[in-house]
Ligand binder design. Sequence first.
Ligand code: ATP
Ligand code: MG
Length: 311
Amino acid sequence: MMRELTNKIVFVGGKGGVGKSTTSAAIAWEAALMGHNTLLVSTDPAHNLGDIFNQKIGGKITHLSRNLSALEIDPEIETANYIKGIKENIKGVVHSGMISEVHRQLDTAKMSPGADEAALFDKLISIILEELSNFDTIIFDTAPTGHTIRLLSLPELMGVWIEGLLEKRKKTNENYTQLLNDGEPIEDPIYDVLKERQERFAKAREILLDPSKTSFVFVLNPERLPISETNKAIQLLDKYHLHVKSLIVNKVLPDDAEGDFIIKRREHEKQYINLIEKTFTRQQLIYVPLFANDVTCKQELEEFSIYFQEG
Ligand SMILES: Nc1ncnc2c1ncn2[C@@H]1O[C@H](COP(=O)(O)OP(=O)(O)OP(=O)(O)O)[C@@H](O)[C@H]1O
Ligand SMILES: [Mg+2]
């Protein structure tokens, strides 16, 4: 299989319905066959990995077959856990008279746009930091493009934000220390919580930004909208120093398909293939044909992953 697809971490992104889950499953299956201990992670609320592998997968890492495990993340559950975690963190930090007000605010925050992403991102970071030592390869079947990019840009934004908070916190603490504690440092649990988060983000970011560890692969179809949206996504990721080196062009009409309609359709498709080659000059293009059937079992995954072979 191509090197980009056998990295330690592979993110598979793209517009709705282009074939992300199929591609992720095919990469994972092939990696497992190669002998890599592989974890397939779906962050898609409407996932269908369980169908493909004929086994129920849930919120816990589930063993599917030799060298292959999977995990389905439910954003709603993650958001609830995330808020619960914050509530735990602030126990003992916030004055008890304030707790109910803080909880009320947190419950409102749970509904706000962005809470899902923040929670999901926290979970992704946990998986990266905690499971990377247990697996050779982790494949992420990520949610549609726009969200994914926002998730991936979060560490940088959060890094700056937390740094500011830490600075402020340190100053306040130093003032108090002078005033109250005869210059002896006093413990600051909020500082510790923020510091720990910052360190986790920094560690995850280092891994994500290292092309020898992490690959970003986009799936698209030879159609107008997926091409322009993929291009936008790649440019945005570039800004965050996350470089997409491989594109899977999926559902290309096969050469041997016949009939007037198909021949006409293939002519039409050719202009999009040309556009793809003109637009994505810095990416390796991997073409996968349209199959006569949906890809629903391991046998079909293997037929799919034939196109991932080098040369
Ligand atoms: N090359 C192909 N030939 C035929 N069917 C395909 C091909 N690739 C994917 N499919 C089928 O297309 C459908 C959509 O694929 P898939 O679920 O992988 O897309 P997705 O990008 O994950 O979608 P979503 O955005 O909804 O998560 C599935 O039924 C899948 O079996
Ligand atoms: Mg999917």
